[in-house]
Design a protein around this ligand. Structure first.
Ligand code: HEC
Length: 146
């Protein structure tokens, strides 16, 4: 009988956690910008879900792993071009295109961001690491290359 009670308890727990999961899913869908249900309980933080677009934060979370925190790139098992002092960065349209569509070894990480998030991270890159391109790209420009 002890076994039966344990089994009933286990089943009860499974049902309860299924309900909790459904609630988390609903919360995840209801919250704009939350990509994963896990965000609701803090178990898994999507790198793409911020309240407000923040180019610097996005760069640190998404781009810096490959292009390095100082934008100087890296060479090793792969080649990650520097974004510092890179004349290709002069073209905002080009950077938007690469971030949204990807390029050879670079995945199109912008596909997982909103238009405003892409514009913000591009504007950050074009005004950081010694880059001084003050003409801002807009969310509408991002939307046009999707
Ligand atoms: C998984 C690694 C990775 C991530 C993450 C990544 N990149 Fe890249 N990126 C690359 C690689 C590799 C290339 C070079 C592709 C090639 O030339 O074949 C590249 C190329 C670029 C270029 C073109 C450089 C040039 O000289 O033409 C830009 C601009 C760029 N990345 C910006 C970004 C930004 C901004 C982010 C974040 C939103 C980002 N990348 C995230 C790996 C990455």
């Amino acid at each position: 009988m002890v076994l039966g009670a344990a089994a009933a308890l286990a089943l009860g727990c499974m049902a309860a956690s299924a309900v909790a999961q459904t609630a988390a899913d609903a919360a995840g869908r209801a919250k704009p910008g939350a990509a994963f249900a896990g965000d609701a309980d803090g178990a898994f933080q999507s790198p793409f879900s911020f309240g407000e677009p923040d180019g610097e934060k996005m760069y640190r979370r998404v781009c810096a792993g490959c292009h390095m925190p100082d934008g100087k790139g890296a060479k090793g098992a792969g080649f990650y071009p520097a974004l510092a002092g890179n004349e290709n960065v002069a073209s905002g349209d080009y950077v938007v295109y690469v971030v949204v569509k990807g390029m050879h070894g670079m995945p199109g990480v912008g596909r997982m961001m909103t238009d405003a998030q892409v514009a913000d991270v591009v504007n950050y890159v074009r005004t950081s690491f010694g880059n001084k391109y003050r003409d801002k790209v807009t969310a509408a420009q991002v939307s046009a290359v999707r």
